[in-house]
Design a protein around this ligand. Structure first.
Ligand SMILES: Cc1cc2nc3c(=O)[nH]c(=O)nc-3n(C[C@H](O)[C@H](O)[C@H](O)COP(=O)(O)OP(=O)(O)OC[C@H]3O[C@@H](n4cnc5c(N)ncnc54)[C@H](O)[C@@H]3O)c2cc1C
Length: 524
């Protein structure tokens, strides 16, 4: 086998007439001795005078055959030892799938509703502005990644085998293109089906799901088992705000994959004196541009409707701190991703077609625990969490609703209010506000310097008053790290407990959280 590279003008599939000569040359054989070929990577390159699809292709001689990627088989675990998995986000789901492969019975405890019931709460959230504390854009089956852009991109290949995640997603209904695209994504319209198929597989093999089941306490019993106390809503799909009964689950091993917004659990850890520490995170705004403008910038004015809509990503440094774009959603919409009333947080999502008229991205500044005002030091490991929560509350208090404080980009940088606002995809609406004052000063002035820099040096046309900034993007990662042993991945305070995924501070994004779930389950 050899790998060849090939570039084709975008909008056209490769033909074997194009591949064969290059394949024969690479393999050192005649064309009729070339056997199979398989595209393993496809990316769009808009740098030159032609816009190209660049392919990496594995080519084989006739006497060789491609080794197909093989997933471990899921075993029947009806009678197997249970492992409790708290949270059904990417970390929890992929941990559960790995447990099936290794012959353990995953018992998933999820505070929210199944993905279909959850859809109604998420829709009502934007429409009525009421945040259900257990069923929202962060909580419920599939976790925070369900109603998202479904970007499956991670910079870190060290965390594990990304193919294991992608191949399972395809098995459960994602488009096989995600296996080859350089920037794969699934889309909010398709993710719920994938999430449901994962549940069906887990249940058919003997695993269990308990929806409407919120873990509120953890204890270690004398026999070494862990006991989880839960508040349960019944029927589970109501996940009512006033749970109707208490229950407990016990097991030798527990994977805690509760995401970055399960604030009560961080408080529990602190109350009990279990090992946690404050963690840096990034905070800023969501920037929304017309998608046609982003297409124009990224494709240098040569975008055509048959081409993929343009994405962007940038990183820069301002006064010793990273300022970067985060979770860009081409053709997407902004959504309210708060998990409690009285707080305002924005995030972005898009459908598989990415065909909305606007493009949004977080533009955020890295903040370390040492950067936040001294008064937060008294909260110890929760200092970043309290600081994050105060910013979200301040944004909410400004508008008194889920409407977002907003300012045009150049007005923000000139520190003047906007007289009017351009259209936004954010359904609850936007209110003209002095975002430059509402954001903490070290964030505000770094953004003020970053936007013109990006517009002048990195993406000509990006710095424009046609772009709207909305506050606040504050849940980029966990504000707390739950410590764990580097080898066993167990909490040093609670052997048998595996802090996992984004909420534990070991991942950020769908793929890396899924990989961390696989890692924790593999250790078990
Ligand atoms: C709107 C939006 C769009 C996003 N878009 C992308 C994207 O395109 N690409 C990307 O890579 N990332 C994206 N992200 C981030 C990504 O979703 C997260 O990084 C990822 O979901 C984290 O996975 P996780 O399993 O660690 O935690 P989560 O997905 O947060 O899952 C945690 C789960 O635990 C449950 N839970 C919490 N507390 C308890 C409790 N006490 N008891 C029982 N259950 C509990 C929650 O209900 C939830 O289901 C997006 C996030 C949001 C909100």
């Amino acid at each position: 086998m050899k790998q060849i590279e090939y570039a084709a003008k975008i909008g056209r599939e490769l033909t074997s007439a194009e591949i064969l000569p290059a394949a024969a040359k690479a393999l050192g054989v005649k064309q009729d001795a070339v056997g199979a070929w398989q595209v393993v990577r496809r990316s769009v390159d808009a740098r030159g005078s032609d816009i190209l699809y660049r392919y990496k292709i594995d080519v084989y001689r006739r006497d060789e055959s491609p080794e197909p990627y093989r997933l471990e088989e899921y075993r029947d675990v009806h009678e197997a030892e249970p492992v409790l998995v708290v949270g059904s986000g990417p970390a929890g789901m992929f941990a559960a799938l790995k447990l099936l492969m290794r012959g353990f019975k995953p018992v998933i405890l999820e505070r929210g509703k199944d993905v279909h019931a959850r859809k109604f709460d998420v829709a009502a959230l934007s429409r009525e502005g009421r945040v259900h504390p257990d069923s929202n854009y962060c909580f419920g089956e599939g976790g925070a990644g369900t109603f998202s852009d479904g970007k499956l991109f991670t910079r870190s290949s060290k965390r594990g085998d990304i193919r294991e995640v992608l191949h399972q997603l395809v098995l459960f209904g994602a488009d096989p293109d995600i296996l080859v695209n350089a920037h794969p994504h699934i889309g909010s319209d398709r993710l719920p089906v994938v999430v449901e198929h994962i549940r069906r597989c887990i249940e058919e093999h003997g695993g269990e799901y308990h929806f409407g089941t919120k873990v509120v306490d953890i204890e270690r019993l004398d026999n070494g088992f862990l006991k989880l106390s839960c508040k349960v809503s019944e029927p589970a799909d109501t996940a009512s705000e006033t749970p109707v009964r208490d229950t407990v689950f016990t097991a030798r091993k527990v994977i805690l994959a509760t995401g970055h917004s399960a604030r009560e659990l961080y408080e529990l850890f602190q109350r009990k004196g279990w090992a946690i520490e404050a963690k840096g995170l990034a905070v800023g705004v969501r920037a929304e541009h017309p998608q046609w403008l982003i297409n124009k910038i990224q494709y240098h004015g040569r975008w055509q409707p048959f081409m993929p809509v343009a994405e962007y990503a940038f990183v820069t440094q301002v006064e010793g701190r990273g300022v970067f774009s985060f979770c860009m959603c081409p053709g997407g919409i902004l959504v309210p991703s708060a998990t409690a009333s009285g707080e305002l947080v924005l995030n972005g999502m898009s459908n598989s077609a990415r065909n909305g008229k606007l493009a949004n991205a977080g533009v955020v500044v890295q903040v370390e625990p040492s950067d936040v005002p001294e008064e937060y030091a008294r909260y110890g490991a929760l200092s970043m969490l309290r600081w994050q929560a105060d910013i979200e509350r301040k944004m909410y208090d400004f508008t008194g609703s889920l409407k977002a404080p907003a300012q045009r980009m150049m007005d923000f940088c000139r520190r003047m209010p906007s007289r009017d606002l351009p259209k936004t995809s954010y359904h609850p609406g936007a209110v003209a506000a002095p975002l430059h004052e509402l954001l903490p000063e070290p964030i505000s002035w770094r953004l003020k310097l970053a936007f013109p820099y990006v517009g002048n040096k990195l993406m000509h046309g990006y710095y424009t008053n046609d772009a709207l900034l909305l506050g606040v993007e504050s849940r980029t990662s966990s504000p707390v790290r739950i410590l764990r042993d580097a080898q066993t991945l167990e909490s040093p305070s609670l052997p048998g407990l595996y802090p996992c995924g984004e909420g534990a501070g070991y991942a950020g994004g769908i793929v890396s959280s899924a990989l961390d779930g696989i890692a924790c389950a593999s250790r078990i």
